[in-house]
Structure formats: structure tokens, C-alpha cells
Write a protein that binds this ligand. Structure first.
Ligand code: SAM
Length: 271
């Protein structure tokens, strides 16, 4: 099999990036450090070619046909340990950490599991930076600021761990075969560990129905009097919507509701 006879497999989200300007923009946006590079879904190896020139790469490719092709294309890089190929599903390989040293994830991700992969990378303490191509709509959610309509739990989780911004928008014509949607490359630079699971549970409740008020969403799960006390302390109006609250204030809300809840529970125990 050679690269000209490859037929893209839809079930693996294969849209190969052909535009060399975009490939170069990805490489230019890579943070400068000594971290290893991890590439998920090297495909035909067009991005990999640039990456192995910069650093050593740990790559994960699910498609066995492509894996064989990559092993022959990059024979020399594999022999000199510039590239290590892992053939199989990256989600299965991902236990607590994907690799056992600090790494940056650089990839044109398969869109059907892109959000899942980014959340795993955010939670992985060994992952330090995330530079990925995804569908534009998803990139905008990760990079949104409070007040923007698409600001949601993904934006709050990201802002709790680091900062994110879009590097470049990419039209369907940059790919072969062309996807139906626009794409974007974005960068998350992590500077903290992931927040706890209970905080993220609260976010899911807060953004369950984004057009409703924050109070209405939270009241489905939390006690209303407790929420009212927290809203007064934080100067939130009763009509505030979930996307109008900053990541910092979500952390404050979480702390206050926990401490009020704790106080109430110890009060109940004493009575
Ligand atoms: N990096 C290449 C490029 O830029 O042209 C290909 C990108 S293509 C959007 C996504 C790649 O991810 C494909 O090569 C696909 O086979 C691979 N892939 C899909 N699901 C995967 C999984 N669960 N684990 C590892 N690789 C996967």
C-alpha cells in the first residue's frame, strides 16, 4: 500500500490536512520547551514529518493500514527513536497518563472523539500544552470568555487550568476529503491541575439549560435557600444566566455552597 492508494475511512474521522500553510502555522505555534510531543492520529504523516524535525514524537494511530504505511514511511525516524508508533485506539491506551513524562499534545484530531480527547489531556498531569485542530464550533467553546453565548462548562474547565486561544481558522478546502464544517487550530497552555470532579458536576448542572437562569438550573439539584445565600454573597442577580458568570466566580460559588452546606450539616448534627 502506498499513500496514493489510501481511501479515507469515515468511521475513523479521516480528513487529511493538505494545506502546507496551515501545517506550518501549527508548527510555529508550538510552545518552546523540552517536553516530548504526542501526536494522536498521524494519518498519512504530513504533520508528523514536521514534528519529528523539531522533537521526538510518540504517535497513536488506530487504523492498521495507516500504521503500516507510517512504519514504512518513517523507518529511519523509528530506528533512530525520533518517532515511536503506537498502533491502536488512543482512548484504550490512555490510563492515568498517556506517556510517563511531560508532553505537549499536537494533533489534527479525529472530530468524533475530539472533545473527549481534549478533556482527557486536560486531566492528564503529564500533559502541559494542547495544540489541536478540531471543528470550529468546538474550538470556540474551549476558548470562549464569559458573556459570550458559547461560554459553557468546557470554557470554565479550561480557564481553571490555563489559557486558551484560537490560532487559525481553517476552511474545508484545506482537507482531503473535505469536511462539511469549518475547523480551527487552538492552543491551551496549562498552568494548573484539573479542578475536582464535584466542581465539574456543579458546572454540568449550571449549564444544563444554557438559556435558563443560573438559579433555575442549580435549583434542580441544590437547596434553594442555600443558593439564595450564596447569590447574595456573590452579588449575583436572580436573573443572571450561566454564561454571564466568570470562571473565578464559579469557583467562589462552589466554595460558598460547600461551606454553607457543611455549616448546615454540622448544625443539624448538633441539634
Ligand atoms: N494527522 C493527519 C492529518 O492531519 O492529515 C490525520 C488527521 S485525521 C482528522 C484523524 C486521524 O486520527 C486519522 O488518521 C484516524 O485514523 C485517527 N484516529 C481516529 N480515531 C482514533 C483513535 N481512537 N485512536 C488513535 N487514532 C485515531
Amino acid at each position: 500500500m502506498n499513500r496514493n492508494s489510501v481511501v479515507a475511512k469515515k468511521k475513523f474521522g479521516q480528513n487529511f490536512l493538505k494545506d502546507e500553510t496551515v501545517l506550518r502555522k501549527i508548527v510555529e505555534a508550538m510552545p518552546h520547551n523540552n517536553n516530548k510531543l504526542v501526536e494522536i492520529g498521524p494519518g498519512l504523516g504530513d504533520l508528523t514529518k514536521f514534528l519529528v524535525d523539531v522533537k521526538s514524537v510518540e504517535a497513536f494511530e488506530v487504523d492498521t493500514d495507516l500504521c503500516k504505511l507510517l512504519q514504512s514511511t518513517f523507518k529511519e525516524e523509528i530506528a533512530t527513536k525520533r518517532l515511536h508508533m503506537n498502533c491502536g485506539d488512543v482512548l484504550q491506551a490512555w490510563q492515568s497518563s498517556l506517556v510517563d513524562e511531560p508532553y505537549d499534545l499536537v494533533a489534527n484530531l479525529p472530530y468524533y472523539i475530539a472533545t473527549n480527547i481534549i478533556l482527557k489531556a486536560l486531566a492528564d498531569p503529564m500533559c502541559k500544552n494542547i495544540l489541536v485542530m478540531v471543528q470550529l464550533e468546538v474550538a470556540e467553546k474551549f476558548c470562549a470568555n464569559e458573556g459570550e453565548k458559547v461560554f459553557g462548562s468546557l470554557s470554565v474547565i479550561t480557564q481553571s487550568i490555563g489559557n486558551a486561544h484560537i490560532i487559525v481558522r481553517v476552511p474545508p478546502t484545506a482537507f482531503e476529503p473535505q469536511p462539511k464544517i469549518d475547523s480551527a487550530v487552538f492552543l491551551i497552555q496549562k498552568n494548573a491541575d484539573r479542578s475536582d470532579e464535584n466542581f465539574e458536576d456543579m458546572l454540568r448542572v449550571a449549564f444544563k439549560q444554557p438559556r435558563k437562569t443560573l438559579m433555575k438550573n442549580l435549583a434542580v439539584v441544590y437547596e434553594k435557600t442555600l443558593l439564595q445565600e450564596a447569590f447574595v454573597e456573590l452579588n449575583f442577580t436572580l436573573t443572571i444566566r450561566p454564561h454571564q458568570v466568570s470562571a473565578h466566580d464559579y469557583h467562589q460559588l462552589y466554595k460558598i455552597t460547600r461551606s454553607l452546606d457543611g455549616r448546615r450539616e454540622s448544625g443539624n448534627t448538633n441539634s
